[in-house]
Design a protein around this ligand. Structure first.
Ligand SMILES: *Cc1c(COP(=O)(O)O)cnc(C)c1O
Length: 379
Protein backbone atom coordinates (compact mmCIF):
# COMPACT_ATOMS: atom_id res chain seq x y z
CA UNK A 1 0.00 0.00 0.00
CA UNK A 2 1.23 3.47 -0.86
CA UNK A 3 1.53 5.56 2.30
CA UNK A 4 0.62 9.22 2.24
CA UNK A 5 1.39 11.67 5.02
CA UNK A 6 -0.95 14.62 5.66
CA UNK A 7 0.32 15.69 9.09
CA UNK A 8 1.58 19.17 10.06
CA UNK A 9 5.04 17.88 10.94
CA UNK A 10 6.67 15.72 9.92
CA UNK A 11 5.67 16.53 6.35
CA UNK A 12 6.58 14.61 3.16
CA UNK A 13 10.19 14.87 1.97
CA UNK A 14 10.78 15.27 -1.80
CA UNK A 15 12.64 12.38 -3.47
CA UNK A 16 15.54 14.62 -4.63
CA UNK A 17 16.07 15.75 -1.03
CA UNK A 18 16.04 12.17 0.30
CA UNK A 19 18.62 11.11 -2.30
CA UNK A 20 20.95 13.98 -1.32
CA UNK A 21 20.73 12.99 2.34
CA UNK A 22 21.57 9.38 1.46
CA UNK A 23 24.98 10.32 0.01
CA UNK A 24 28.11 9.40 2.02
CA UNK A 25 28.63 11.66 5.02
CA UNK A 26 31.23 14.43 4.67
CA UNK A 27 33.21 16.19 7.41
CA UNK A 28 31.88 19.48 8.68
CA UNK A 29 35.31 21.19 8.73
CA UNK A 30 35.78 20.34 5.06
CA UNK A 31 35.56 23.42 2.76
CA UNK A 32 32.89 21.64 0.72
CA UNK A 33 30.59 21.72 3.76
CA UNK A 34 31.32 25.43 4.35
CA UNK A 35 30.03 26.12 0.84
CA UNK A 36 26.83 24.20 1.58
CA UNK A 37 26.33 26.15 4.83
CA UNK A 38 26.85 29.43 3.01
CA UNK A 39 24.26 28.53 0.38
CA UNK A 40 21.81 27.39 3.10
CA UNK A 41 22.33 30.66 4.99
CA UNK A 42 21.70 32.74 1.85
CA UNK A 43 18.59 30.81 0.88
CA UNK A 44 17.25 30.98 4.45
CA UNK A 45 17.44 34.78 4.22
CA UNK A 46 15.35 34.57 1.07
CA UNK A 47 12.79 32.27 2.71
CA UNK A 48 12.43 34.57 5.74
CA UNK A 49 12.63 37.69 3.52
CA UNK A 50 15.45 39.21 5.53
CA UNK A 51 18.97 40.55 5.34
CA UNK A 52 19.51 39.57 8.99
CA UNK A 53 21.14 36.31 10.11
CA UNK A 54 19.05 33.13 10.21
CA UNK A 55 20.80 30.72 12.61
CA UNK A 56 20.60 26.95 12.20
CA UNK A 57 20.46 24.82 15.37
CA UNK A 58 20.49 21.04 15.81
CA UNK A 59 17.14 20.67 17.60
CA UNK A 60 13.44 20.55 16.87
CA UNK A 61 11.44 23.77 16.70
CA UNK A 62 10.86 23.86 20.45
CA UNK A 63 14.63 24.02 21.03
CA UNK A 64 14.78 26.96 18.65
CA UNK A 65 12.14 28.73 20.72
CA UNK A 66 14.00 27.90 23.95
CA UNK A 67 17.17 29.43 22.49
CA UNK A 68 15.32 32.73 22.07
CA UNK A 69 14.06 32.87 25.67
CA UNK A 70 17.42 32.02 27.27
CA UNK A 71 19.48 34.11 24.87
CA UNK A 72 17.51 37.37 24.87
CA UNK A 73 16.25 37.85 28.41
CA UNK A 74 17.24 38.07 32.08
CA UNK A 75 15.58 36.72 35.24
CA UNK A 76 12.34 38.54 36.06
CA UNK A 77 11.89 40.03 32.59
CA UNK A 78 8.28 40.19 31.42
CA UNK A 79 7.32 38.62 28.11
CA UNK A 80 3.78 38.64 26.73
CA UNK A 81 2.66 35.50 24.89
CA UNK A 82 -0.51 34.83 22.91
CA UNK A 83 -2.05 31.52 23.96
CA UNK A 84 -4.67 30.35 21.48
CA UNK A 85 -3.69 26.69 21.33
CA UNK A 86 -1.20 24.00 22.26
CA UNK A 87 1.84 25.88 21.01
CA UNK A 88 0.92 29.30 22.36
CA UNK A 89 0.41 27.55 25.71
CA UNK A 90 3.98 26.22 25.47
CA UNK A 91 5.34 29.79 25.00
CA UNK A 92 3.71 30.72 28.32
CA UNK A 93 5.03 27.68 30.22
CA UNK A 94 8.55 27.80 28.84
CA UNK A 95 9.56 31.35 29.88
CA UNK A 96 8.04 30.75 33.33
CA UNK A 97 10.29 27.68 33.66
CA UNK A 98 13.32 29.90 33.09
CA UNK A 99 12.35 32.48 35.70
CA UNK A 100 10.82 34.98 33.32
CA UNK A 101 7.44 36.54 34.01
CA UNK A 102 5.13 35.35 31.25
CA UNK A 103 1.94 37.34 30.75
CA UNK A 104 -0.65 35.45 28.79
CA UNK A 105 -3.10 36.78 26.22
CA UNK A 106 -5.68 34.02 26.26
CA UNK A 107 -7.46 33.49 22.97
CA UNK A 108 -10.30 31.07 22.33
CA UNK A 109 -9.19 28.03 20.26
CA UNK A 110 -9.91 28.59 16.58
CA UNK A 111 -9.81 32.38 16.89
CA UNK A 112 -6.94 34.75 16.11
CA UNK A 113 -5.73 37.40 18.60
CA UNK A 114 -7.00 40.91 17.88
CA UNK A 115 -5.06 44.18 17.81
CA UNK A 116 -7.11 45.38 20.79
CA UNK A 117 -6.08 42.35 22.88
CA UNK A 118 -2.41 42.95 22.13
CA UNK A 119 -2.70 46.70 22.74
CA UNK A 120 -4.46 46.17 26.08
CA UNK A 121 -1.78 43.76 27.25
CA UNK A 122 0.99 46.19 26.22
CA UNK A 123 -0.76 49.02 28.17
CA UNK A 124 -1.10 46.81 31.24
CA UNK A 125 2.51 45.61 30.99
CA UNK A 126 4.60 48.56 29.84
CA UNK A 127 7.72 46.78 31.15
CA UNK A 128 7.26 43.89 28.65
CA UNK A 129 10.47 43.06 26.83
CA UNK A 130 8.81 41.00 24.09
CA UNK A 131 5.55 39.80 22.62
CA UNK A 132 5.46 36.19 21.37
CA UNK A 133 2.98 35.46 18.59
CA UNK A 134 2.17 32.18 16.83
CA UNK A 135 1.77 32.86 13.10
CA UNK A 136 0.00 29.57 12.32
CA UNK A 137 -1.29 27.84 15.47
CA UNK A 138 -1.04 24.22 14.36
CA UNK A 139 -3.31 22.77 17.05
CA UNK A 140 -6.24 24.92 15.87
CA UNK A 141 -5.26 25.55 12.22
CA UNK A 142 -5.56 29.27 12.87
CA UNK A 143 -3.59 32.06 11.23
CA UNK A 144 -2.67 35.33 12.95
CA UNK A 145 -2.21 38.70 11.19
CA UNK A 146 1.47 39.07 12.04
CA UNK A 147 2.00 42.18 9.89
CA UNK A 148 -0.84 44.05 11.63
CA UNK A 149 0.06 42.93 15.16
CA UNK A 150 3.76 43.68 14.63
CA UNK A 151 2.78 47.23 13.67
CA UNK A 152 0.67 47.61 16.83
CA UNK A 153 3.56 46.36 18.98
CA UNK A 154 6.15 48.56 17.24
CA UNK A 155 3.99 51.71 17.43
CA UNK A 156 3.05 51.27 21.07
CA UNK A 157 6.11 49.81 22.80
CA UNK A 158 9.76 48.86 22.64
CA UNK A 159 8.91 45.17 23.03
CA UNK A 160 10.59 42.76 20.65
CA UNK A 161 8.26 41.08 18.15
CA UNK A 162 8.93 37.33 18.39
CA UNK A 163 7.17 34.90 16.07
CA UNK A 164 6.65 31.15 16.21
CA UNK A 165 6.69 30.67 12.44
CA UNK A 166 7.01 26.91 12.69
CA UNK A 167 4.07 26.03 10.40
CA UNK A 168 3.81 29.47 8.77
CA UNK A 169 7.20 29.76 7.11
CA UNK A 170 6.74 28.38 3.61
CA UNK A 171 2.94 28.58 3.78
CA UNK A 172 1.96 32.15 4.65
CA UNK A 173 3.30 35.47 3.44
CA UNK A 174 6.04 36.46 5.86
CA UNK A 175 8.43 39.42 5.58
CA UNK A 176 10.86 39.57 8.49
CA UNK A 177 12.48 42.90 7.58
CA UNK A 178 9.54 44.76 6.02
CA UNK A 179 7.22 43.88 8.92
CA UNK A 180 9.75 44.80 11.64
CA UNK A 181 10.02 41.32 13.16
CA UNK A 182 12.80 40.68 15.73
CA UNK A 183 12.77 36.90 16.10
CA UNK A 184 11.24 34.15 13.97
CA UNK A 185 11.67 30.42 14.45
CA UNK A 186 10.84 27.52 12.18
CA UNK A 187 11.62 23.78 12.19
CA UNK A 188 12.91 21.49 9.46
CA UNK A 189 10.01 19.01 9.44
CA UNK A 190 7.35 21.58 8.50
CA UNK A 191 7.35 23.86 5.45
CA UNK A 192 11.05 23.18 4.85
CA UNK A 193 10.20 19.64 3.65
CA UNK A 194 13.06 17.83 5.42
CA UNK A 195 12.99 15.38 8.35
CA UNK A 196 12.86 16.64 11.97
CA UNK A 197 16.03 17.79 13.69
CA UNK A 198 16.85 21.37 12.69
CA UNK A 199 15.55 24.69 14.01
CA UNK A 200 16.08 27.98 12.19
CA UNK A 201 16.09 31.26 14.14
CA UNK A 202 16.10 34.66 12.43
CA UNK A 203 17.34 37.52 14.63
CA UNK A 204 17.14 41.30 14.10
CA UNK A 205 19.65 43.92 15.21
CA UNK A 206 17.44 44.70 18.23
CA UNK A 207 17.38 40.99 19.12
CA UNK A 208 21.17 40.83 18.85
CA UNK A 209 21.46 43.84 21.18
CA UNK A 210 19.14 42.07 23.65
CA UNK A 211 21.42 39.00 23.51
CA UNK A 212 24.33 41.13 24.65
CA UNK A 213 22.40 42.24 27.77
CA UNK A 214 20.88 38.84 28.61
CA UNK A 215 21.98 37.15 31.86
CA UNK A 216 19.90 33.94 31.92
CA UNK A 217 22.13 30.82 32.10
CA UNK A 218 22.69 29.06 28.76
CA UNK A 219 25.33 27.05 27.00
CA UNK A 220 24.29 24.84 24.04
CA UNK A 221 21.44 27.17 23.08
CA UNK A 222 23.48 30.39 23.45
CA UNK A 223 22.61 32.29 20.27
CA UNK A 224 25.68 34.53 20.74
CA UNK A 225 27.83 31.47 20.08
CA UNK A 226 25.71 30.51 17.08
CA UNK A 227 25.95 34.05 15.74
CA UNK A 228 29.74 34.15 16.10
CA UNK A 229 30.12 30.87 14.19
CA UNK A 230 27.54 32.02 11.62
CA UNK A 231 29.92 34.80 10.57
CA UNK A 232 32.34 32.07 9.38
CA UNK A 233 29.64 29.87 7.75
CA UNK A 234 30.15 27.54 10.68
CA UNK A 235 28.26 26.22 13.72
CA UNK A 236 29.50 26.17 17.34
CA UNK A 237 28.90 22.42 17.73
CA UNK A 238 28.88 19.45 15.37
CA UNK A 239 26.11 20.32 12.93
CA UNK A 240 23.40 17.86 11.84
CA UNK A 241 25.34 17.39 8.59
CA UNK A 242 22.87 15.21 6.67
CA UNK A 243 19.94 17.43 7.55
CA UNK A 244 21.83 20.55 6.48
CA UNK A 245 22.58 18.83 3.17
CA UNK A 246 18.85 18.07 2.91
CA UNK A 247 18.04 21.70 3.75
CA UNK A 248 20.39 22.83 0.98
CA UNK A 249 18.51 20.74 -1.56
CA UNK A 250 15.04 21.74 -0.26
CA UNK A 251 15.94 25.44 -0.16
CA UNK A 252 17.10 25.25 -3.78
CA UNK A 253 13.65 23.88 -4.67
CA UNK A 254 12.05 26.71 -2.67
CA UNK A 255 14.21 29.26 -4.46
CA UNK A 256 13.37 27.80 -7.88
CA UNK A 257 9.61 27.88 -7.23
CA UNK A 258 9.77 31.35 -5.68
CA UNK A 259 8.58 32.12 -2.17
CA UNK A 260 5.60 34.20 -3.35
CA UNK A 261 4.45 31.33 -5.59
CA UNK A 262 4.78 28.99 -2.61
CA UNK A 263 2.55 31.23 -0.47
CA UNK A 264 -0.01 31.36 -3.33
CA UNK A 265 0.11 27.58 -3.79
CA UNK A 266 -0.62 27.01 -0.09
CA UNK A 267 -3.55 29.42 -0.21
CA UNK A 268 -4.90 27.71 -3.35
CA UNK A 269 -4.63 24.22 -1.81
CA UNK A 270 -6.21 25.32 1.48
CA UNK A 271 -9.06 27.11 -0.29
CA UNK A 272 -9.92 24.11 -2.50
CA UNK A 273 -9.77 21.73 0.46
CA UNK A 274 -12.07 24.02 2.48
CA UNK A 275 -14.58 24.09 -0.39
CA UNK A 276 -14.40 20.31 -0.74
CA UNK A 277 -14.91 19.71 2.97
CA UNK A 278 -17.83 22.12 3.13
CA UNK A 279 -19.42 20.54 0.03
CA UNK A 280 -19.31 17.12 1.74
CA UNK A 281 -21.26 18.67 4.60
CA UNK A 282 -18.52 18.82 7.21
CA UNK A 283 -17.70 21.92 9.24
CA UNK A 284 -14.39 23.75 9.42
CA UNK A 285 -13.06 24.49 12.90
CA UNK A 286 -11.15 27.75 12.54
CA UNK A 287 -12.45 31.30 12.09
CA UNK A 288 -9.14 32.38 10.56
CA UNK A 289 -7.85 29.39 8.59
CA UNK A 290 -4.17 28.61 8.32
CA UNK A 291 -2.88 27.73 4.85
CA UNK A 292 -0.73 24.98 6.43
CA UNK A 293 -3.29 22.78 8.16
CA UNK A 294 -7.09 22.47 8.05
CA UNK A 295 -8.97 21.31 11.15
CA UNK A 296 -12.43 19.85 10.64
CA UNK A 297 -15.16 18.91 13.15
CA UNK A 298 -15.71 15.16 13.27
CA UNK A 299 -19.37 14.57 12.40
CA UNK A 300 -21.69 13.42 15.18
CA UNK A 301 -21.71 9.66 15.63
CA UNK A 302 -18.25 9.05 14.17
CA UNK A 303 -15.44 8.25 16.60
CA UNK A 304 -11.93 9.46 15.96
CA UNK A 305 -10.09 6.18 16.60
CA UNK A 306 -11.90 3.88 14.14
CA UNK A 307 -12.21 6.75 11.64
CA UNK A 308 -8.45 7.33 11.76
CA UNK A 309 -7.75 3.58 11.61
CA UNK A 310 -9.85 3.22 8.45
CA UNK A 311 -8.11 6.13 6.75
CA UNK A 312 -4.74 4.64 7.66
CA UNK A 313 -5.30 0.91 7.15
CA UNK A 314 -7.69 0.94 4.22
CA UNK A 315 -6.43 4.00 2.32
CA UNK A 316 -2.85 4.55 3.54
CA UNK A 317 -3.63 8.12 4.64
CA UNK A 318 -2.15 9.58 7.84
CA UNK A 319 -3.83 12.70 9.21
CA UNK A 320 -3.66 14.30 12.68
CA UNK A 321 -6.23 14.25 15.45
CA UNK A 322 -7.30 17.06 17.73
CA UNK A 323 -5.16 18.15 20.66
CA UNK A 324 -6.05 19.09 24.23
CA UNK A 325 -9.78 19.45 24.81
CA UNK A 326 -10.44 18.92 21.10
CA UNK A 327 -8.91 15.41 21.06
CA UNK A 328 -11.54 13.13 19.52
CA UNK A 329 -13.61 16.12 18.38
CA UNK A 330 -11.69 17.42 15.38
CA UNK A 331 -9.25 16.04 12.84
CA UNK A 332 -6.55 17.97 11.01
CA UNK A 333 -5.38 17.60 7.40
CA UNK A 334 -2.05 19.20 6.57
CA UNK A 335 -1.07 20.62 3.17
CA UNK A 336 2.20 22.18 4.31
CA UNK A 337 5.30 21.75 2.18
CA UNK A 338 5.57 19.21 -0.62
CA UNK A 339 1.91 19.17 -1.76
CA UNK A 340 0.06 19.85 -4.97
CA UNK A 341 -3.49 20.03 -6.30
CA UNK A 342 -3.92 16.29 -6.90
CA UNK A 343 -2.81 15.59 -3.32
CA UNK A 344 -5.89 17.54 -2.18
CA UNK A 345 -8.11 15.49 -4.53
CA UNK A 346 -6.53 12.32 -3.12
CA UNK A 347 -7.10 13.21 0.52
CA UNK A 348 -10.68 14.35 -0.17
CA UNK A 349 -11.33 11.11 -2.03
CA UNK A 350 -10.05 9.01 0.90
CA UNK A 351 -12.06 11.16 3.29
CA UNK A 352 -15.24 10.65 1.25
CA UNK A 353 -14.73 6.88 1.03
CA UNK A 354 -14.08 6.67 4.77
CA UNK A 355 -17.18 8.72 5.57
CA UNK A 356 -19.14 6.47 3.21
CA UNK A 357 -17.79 3.41 5.10
CA UNK A 358 -19.13 4.97 8.31
CA UNK A 359 -22.56 5.61 6.81
CA UNK A 360 -22.32 9.40 6.76
CA UNK A 361 -25.07 10.86 4.55
CA UNK A 362 -23.70 12.89 1.63
CA UNK A 363 -23.32 12.76 -2.12
CA UNK A 364 -20.24 10.74 -3.03
CA UNK A 365 -17.91 12.86 -5.18
CA UNK A 366 -19.28 16.23 -4.01
CA UNK A 367 -16.09 17.21 -2.19
CA UNK A 368 -13.81 16.26 -5.05
CA UNK A 369 -16.01 18.13 -7.51
CA UNK A 370 -15.94 21.31 -5.40
CA UNK A 371 -12.15 21.14 -5.10
CA UNK A 372 -11.75 20.56 -8.85
CA UNK A 373 -14.00 23.55 -9.57
CA UNK A 374 -11.97 25.66 -7.15
CA UNK A 375 -8.71 24.76 -8.89
CA UNK A 376 -10.18 25.32 -12.34
CA UNK A 377 -11.54 28.77 -11.46
CA UNK A 378 -8.64 30.09 -9.36
CA UNK A 379 -5.85 28.76 -11.61
C1 LIG B 1 5.46 21.70 15.39
C2 LIG B 1 5.28 23.02 16.06
C3 LIG B 1 6.06 23.40 17.16
C4 LIG B 1 6.98 22.45 17.85
O1 LIG B 1 8.03 22.11 17.10
P1 LIG B 1 8.86 20.78 17.44
O2 LIG B 1 9.67 20.69 16.19
O3 LIG B 1 7.85 19.68 17.59
O4 LIG B 1 9.64 21.03 18.65
C5 LIG B 1 5.90 24.66 17.67
N1 LIG B 1 5.02 25.53 17.16
C6 LIG B 1 4.24 25.21 16.11
C7 LIG B 1 3.27 26.23 15.60
C8 LIG B 1 4.36 23.94 15.53
O5 LIG B 1 3.57 23.63 14.50
Amino acid sequence: MKKRLFTPGPTPVPETVMLKMAEPIIHHRHPEFGEIVKRVNDNLKYLFQTEQPVLTLASSGTGGMESTFVSLFSPGDTVIAVNGGKFGERWVKMPNTFGLNAVEIKVEWGKAPTREQVLTSLRENPQAKAVYLVHSETSTGTATDIEGLARVIRENSNALVCVDGITAIGAHEFRFDAWGIDVCVTGSQKGMMIPPGLAFVAVSKRAIEAMERSTLPKFYFDLRKALKAYGNNDTPWTPAISLIIGADSALQMIHAEGVENIWRRHERLATALHKGITAIGLMLFSDSPSFAVTPVWLPAGIEWKPFNRTLKDKYGITIAGGQGEYAGKIFRISHLGYFDELDMITVLSALEMTLFDFGFQFELGSGIRAAQASFLTTG
